[in-house]
Design a protein around this ligand. Structure first.
Ligand SMILES: [Fe+2]
Length: 136
């Protein structure tokens, strides 16, 4: 089972405890859930998340990202997908912590959908040499 959640275009997540003081978007739910198919594929439709000011005291912004939770059996793994070229990546502690795994956490732009939407793919590897970095 795969869950995602991401900020709206103003950087606000749909969560009662989100400290970001930007406005909510009544047209954007902010999260979704699906089951992978028999080959492990999944698909979501969301919006490009906005960056948000995570630490106003030190002017630290989070780059645009999509949170992903993967559940199977009793296990739950959480990771984040980023977008190449985001100017906030270089100073983001979460992204910096990925180290050599940074490249495996970018959504790969693969084309354009029928309604003009940008399509990304992200293969989430669980285990092995190319495993994703999962938050504890
Ligand atoms: Fe976030």
């Amino acid at each position: 089972m795969v869950d995602i959640w991401n900020a709206n275009k103003w950087g606000r997540c749909t969560h009662v405890k989100d400290p970001v003081r930007e406005r909510l978007d009544p047209n954007f739910l902010g999260f979704g859930r699906t089951m992978t198919d028999e080959t492990g594929r999944y698909r979501f439709r969301t919006i490009m998340p906005g960056s948000y000011l995570a630490r106003p005291d030190i002017d630290r912004w989070r780059p645009a990202h999509v949170h992903v939770s993967i559940r199977g059996g009793s296990a739950r793994l959480i990771a984040q997908m980023y977008f190449q070229g985001d100017p906030h990546l270089a100073r983001d502690p979460m992204f910096i912590l990925l180290g050599e795994a940074q490249g495996r956490h970018f959504g790969n732009r693969v084309g354009q959908g029928a309604e003009g939407e940008t399509l990304y793919s992200w293969d989430i590897m669980i285990g092995g040499r190319n495993t994703a970095y999962f938050e504890s």
